[in-house]
Ligand binder design. Sequence first.
Ligand code: AMP
Length: 483
Amino acid sequence: MTDSFSNLSLAPTLARAVAEMGYESMTPIQAQAIPVVLTGQDVMGAAQTGTGKTAAFSLPLLQRLLKHENPSTSPARHPVRALVLLPTRELADQVAQQIKLYAKYTQLRSAVVFGGMDMKPQTLELKQGVEVLVATPGRLLDHIEAKNAVLNQVEYVVLDEADRMLDIGFLPDLQRILSYLPKQRTTLLFSATFSPEIKRLASSYLQNPITIEVARPNETASTVEQRFYAAQDDDKRRVIRKVLDDRGIKQAFIFVNSKLGCGRLARSLEREGLRTAALHGDKTQDERLKALEAFKKGEVDLLVCTDVAARGLDIKDVPAVFNFDVPFNAEDYVHRIGRTGRAGASGLAVTLVSPSDTRLVGDIEKLIKKKLEVETLQLDTRPAGPPPEKWGERAEDRPRSRASEGRRREQDPRDALDSPHERRGGFRPAPINRDPFFQKPYEPAPADAAPSWEPSTPRAARSSISANIKPKRKVAALFKSVD
Ligand code: AMP
C-alpha cells in the first residue's frame, strides 16, 4: 500500500464505490497504473491476480468512460466501449463482479460472457447495450459471429492474464478479436510474467506502452520457502506425507501436470486415508465449486490440481504447495508457488524432482535466477499404501502439445473452459458462478482438526512420465500471422 485514492480525483460516483469496498490506500500496481491509464496511454503491466490489478485498470477505465454515461434505454446509446479479455470463466466472472461493484453508482453498464453457458441470456444482455464487456475469447467470437457484439466503438481493450491466454492457445482468437477493434484505442496488457511471447504480443498490439512492474517479473515471493526434494515417482506420495507430518501442515495444494495424473493421484491419496479432492479441466463447474468449497471449509485437506484448473481460484494463503510433477513450463512454477506465502504470510513450496526432471529444474533456475539445490529427504521405512492405478498413459492437461498446430478447433478445450467443443454443444452448460465463496479469502481448517495424513499402511507405487508428453508449446510460431 503506497498511496491514497483521494489523490486521484476520481469522480464522486467511483470514489464512493471505492470507499464502500473499504480500500484505504492503493496497492502498488494501482498507484502506478491508475495515473497512467487515466492519461489514455497503453500499459504493459506485470502483476498477478491478488495484487489489486482489476481495480488498477477498471477504475481509470470507468473514469474515462464516464463521458459516455447516459440514462437512455436505447441500446444504441450503450455500445461496447471497453473490452476485458480473460482466459477462464472463473476469472472473467470474478473480474466482472468487481467491475460491477466499482461502476454501481454510475450509469455505465457491464456484462460478462464466457463459454459453457447458454448463449441466450448473454445475447439478451448484449442486445440491451453494455459499455464494459468482460469475456473469454472463444465465447466472445461466438457472439461476434452471431452479431450480438459489435466492437467498432471500443476505446479500451484489456488483455488480462495474457500469459495464460497464450498458454491455453488463445492467440489465434485474440488476433481475430483485435482485428475487429478500432486501431485508435488504448490497450492494456497484464501478465504475471513477461516471456518473449508476451513481449512479442505487446509489440504487435500496443503502442509505446508504459511498462509497469510491481515486482520484478518472474520473481517468487520471498516469504515462500522453496524446497526441492529428489524423489523417485514411487516415493513421491511418501515424501509429501512426511513433509506434512514433520511440519504439522494441515492443508495443501498438490500440482500435477496432467488431468489423468490428477485424478489418479487424488484417488491414491484418498485410498491412503487422506481427505483429498481433484480439480482439473474434465471436472464440471459444479464439481470444481464443490471441491473448492470443501477445501475452504477444511473438509478436504489436499487439493490435487492441474495448472489451468487452479488458475482462476481466489484462494489465498494456502499453507503449502507441492509440485508432484515439476511443471513443463517454468513460468507455471512461479504461478503455482504464488498460491502460498501471500500477503506476507510464510509459505512452503515443495517440488518433487525425479531424475528425468533435471532439465525442467534448470529452466526454473534460469527463470527465477536462483541456484536451486535438490535435497534428499530421509524417508522412514513405513510401507507405502495400496497400489495406485497404472500411470502408463498420462495425458497432457491442456492444449499445449498441440498448440503449435495453431488451430483453436484442434485444441483440447476442457481446461481452457471456453472451448469450441463447448460451443458446439458437446458439454453440459454449467451454472454461472455467482457464488460469493469465490470472493472469500482462504480460511484454514479448525486448529483442532486432526490432519488426515496420520500413519497408514501404504504400499509402493509405480509411476513413470509418459514419453508422449510434449513439454513446451511453440507459441512463437503462431505470431507469424501478425508480422
Ligand atoms: P485483484 O488482484 O484485482 O484480483 O484483487 C484482489 C483482491 O484485492 C480483491 O478482492 C479486491 O477487492 C482487493 N483489493 C483491490 N484493491 C484493493 C485495495 N486498494 N485495498 C484493499 N483491497 C483491495
